[in-house]
Design a protein around this ligand. Structure first.
Ligand SMILES: NCc1[nH]cc(CCC(=O)O)c1CC(=O)O
Length: 313
């Protein structure tokens, strides 16, 4: 049995710390002799919490510092929300473990109204996700979408201060932080297709560190990994991330995977959707196939307009 130490690089937000502690507990449970420590660090994304993410450099703001720590051997693994992890990794690093997915749905959170359908005309809804905005406005063009960023606690505090009639957050983050009782109603997958990887936690480490790979193996959840692989392949083919109006969601049906994808115009009114089924062993090809179906409908023009506004890509 190994008596080595594993150092986990983590952001300092409550959700990041929860996820790191979760991985630490699971590792210690799987390997009683293992010593697991946390290495908390501040990411550039955390320092810039007040500006729209898409305008301050796009993808990966939250993971770069963690990756540097791995490359400089100041930490051994980094724990990420899969929805925030860029598609490509620096040379020498890779994603070697995906843990079991939590509830992947978006959550409607309000102190006044029971659900999206109960919101009066013209209500103010807080979200900074173009994906959520596009889907909300397609169903309810009357709603006023207002900018909302910050970590989960900050967002809830802004709702409680009366700045919004309702806000939309990932159910998984609320559940993990013990705020499950703040979920007024979970929004169905059909009404708000999640972001690729939403609800899943992944672990990045050095590609050559086979000892670590072996220690991580008991935490890997094969079903989740297939689903997230299909979703990430779709995102990658559309050059997307968490800051673009792309949604995708895969479920397993026996040997098969069913992948749904969606690209929306953030101003509402136009929502492209596509879906396909494929073998689990061809999850990546399935993601590319559904992405191609979306591109054939004109997704490229929508995304180009969004990237153009964000000043990159
Ligand atoms: N973009 C921030 C982020 N990254 C992961 C989660 C939630 C947890 C998860 O999806 O695993 C959240 C908060 C949210 O979208 O409400």
């Amino acid at each position: 049995m190994s008596s080595r130490e594993i150092r986990i690089a983590t952001r300092k937000s409550a959700l990041a710390l929860w996820q790191a502690e979760y991985v630490k507990a699971r590792l210690e449970q799987a390997h009683p002799a293992l010593v697991v420590t946390l290495v908390p660090m501040v990411s550039r994304g955390d320092k810039l919490l007040d500006s729209p993410l898409s305008k301050i450099g796009g993808k990966g703001l939250f993971v770069k510092e963690l990756e540097t720590a791995l490359l400089e051997n100041e930490a051994d693994i980094a724990v990420h929300s899969m929805k925030d992890v860029p598609m490509d990794f620096p040379e020498g690093l890779g994603l070697f473990c995906i843990c079991e997915r939590e509830d992947p749905r978006d959550a409607f959170v309000s102190n006044t109204f029971a659900s999206l359908d109960d919101l009066p005309l013209g209500s103010v809804v807080g979200t900074s996700s173009l994906r959520r905005q596009a889907q909300l406005l397609t169903r309810r063009p009357d709603l006023q979408i207002r900018f909302l960023r910050g970590n989960v606690n900050t967002r809830l505090a802004k709702l409680d201060a009366g700045e919004y009639d309702a806000i939309i957050l990932a159910a998984a983050g609320l559940i993990r932080l013990g705020f499950e009782n703040r979920i007024t109603s979970a929004i169905s997958i059909e009404h708000s297709l999640p972001a690729g990887g939403q609800g899943a936690v992944g672990i990045e480490c050095r590609s050559a560190d086979s000892e670590i790979h072996a220690l991580l193996a008991p935490l890997h959840h094969a079903d989740t990994a297939v689903r997230v692989t299909a979703e990430r392949a779709l995102n990658k083919h559309l050059n997307g991330g968490c800051q673009v109006p792309i949604a995708c969601y895969a479920v397993l049906e026996g040997e098969q995977v069913w992948l749904r994808g969606l690209v929306g115009d953030p101003s509402g009114g136009l929502l492209l959707s596509a879906d396909a089924r494929g073998l689990q062993s061809a999850a990546t090809e399935l993601g590319i196939q559904v992405a191609e179906q979306l591109l054939a409908q004109g997704a490229g023009d929508i995304l180009k307009a969004v990237y153009g506004e964000a000043g990159h890509e």
